[in-house]
Design a protein around this ligand. Structure first.
Ligand code: FAD
Length: 281
């Protein structure tokens, strides 16, 4: 089946009308770095495609430490417009420069595993996403968005229009582990945001890529760390819990068994790095 129609709306209203009319027969193209290869290789056969690049959703807004990123902001746009090191790290590790020039923040949320190297950082920061349909607008947490395997909590007639990030408190660390020199797919990506009071962990968010069907939070590991100092025993127990709780994908670069091993190793390293950050303050 060939594509019957290509739409490039210039207003959000027009885009939402098209989404409402054609629902799942309309494929969304933001940067197109996932959608276009899938169409060209015959993996998907959408009857219609809608390019959302002209909707003026490539903005970055900041207010009282909170940042809002438009859904079609490219990863290169993140590097050009944002000076926050954790977000820059995540953007820099997402694909090569040509992918970053086209690939968008919104599109990264929909990446199949083990992709989603920017989304995993957003999850560690407890981001919310703005979802719009013709007559409704809502904000949902990114955790809620990742409702289940290969599914997201949005309907066929809805568009993601923005990502909102709370002020970044505490310490952060981001590690992408690959088999070869980047650009390369992740074996595992670890993103952590941790707040301490007098050396005791108050809140921690651990998000992993390559540990499930999409970026996932490791709640059991977080529970182990909260109320503890970042000492070897707590770190090892948390890393072990994350490895055990993970459901890693298998692909040509890593088996699930190997990913599990690397989750334990790289999460443990990441937590040690956070401990060292505190000691050197
Ligand atoms: C060679 C190569 C290397 C890559 N390397 C990496 C990597 O290292 N790390 C990584 O994380 N990713 C990587 N990717 C995947 C991809 O490039 C990125 O995830 C990118 O951010 C996807 O964004 P996009 O705008 O191109 O998505 P698109 O292809 O435009 O969109 C993908 C799908 O998401 C949905 N969608 C997109 N935007 C919206 C929206 N606003 N509302 C509703 N639905 C929407 C649609 O269903 C769409 O079909 C790579 C891809 C390629 C081809």
């Amino acid at each position: 089946m060939t594509i019957e129609a290509y739409y490039r709306p210039e207003t959000l209203e027009e885009a939402l009308d098209l989404s409402a009319e054609y629902r799942s027969s309309l494929d969304i193209i933001s940067g197109g770095t996932i959608a276009m290869p899938a169409i060209n290789e015959g993996k998907t056969f959408p009857a219609r495609v809608m390019d959302i690049r002209d909707l003026d959703l490539d903005f970055v807004e900041s207010s009282n430490g909170e940042r809002t990123l438009g859904a079609t902001l490219t990863l290169t746009g993140v590097l050009e417009k944002i000076d926050e090191p954790f977000l820059r790290d995540a953007a820099r590790h997402t694909g090569g420069w040509s992918i970053r020039n086209m690939g968008t923040v919104g599109g990264n949320l929909f990446s199949p595993p083990p992709l989603g190297d920017f989304a995993v950082a957003l999850l560690a920061l407890d981001a919310e996403i703005e979802v719009q349909q013709r007559d409704e607008q809502r904000w949902i947490s990114l955790s809620e968005f990742y409702a289940g395997p290969k599914s997201t909590a949005i309907e066929a007639d809805e568009l993601v229009t923005a990502v909102r990030l709370p002020p970044i408190d505490g310490d952060t660390t981001y590690t992408k582990y690959t088999r070869s020199q980047e650009p390369a797919r992740a074996i595992v990506t670890v993103a952590v945001n941790l707040e301490r009071q007098d050396g005791v962990v108050e809140t921690v968010r651990i998000a992993l890529n390559g540990a499930g069907p999409h970026p996932v939070r490791m709640h059991e590991a977080e529970d182990i760390l909260e109320g503890e100092r970042l000492e070897r025993d707590a770190i090892e127990r948390a890393a072990e819990a994350a490895a055990e709780g993970a459901d890693p994908p298998e692909d040509a670069i890593a088996s699930a068994w190997y990913r599990r091993k690397m989750i334990r190793h790289h999460l443990s390293n990441a937590l040690c790095e956070l401990r060292n950050q505190e000691e050197t303050k």
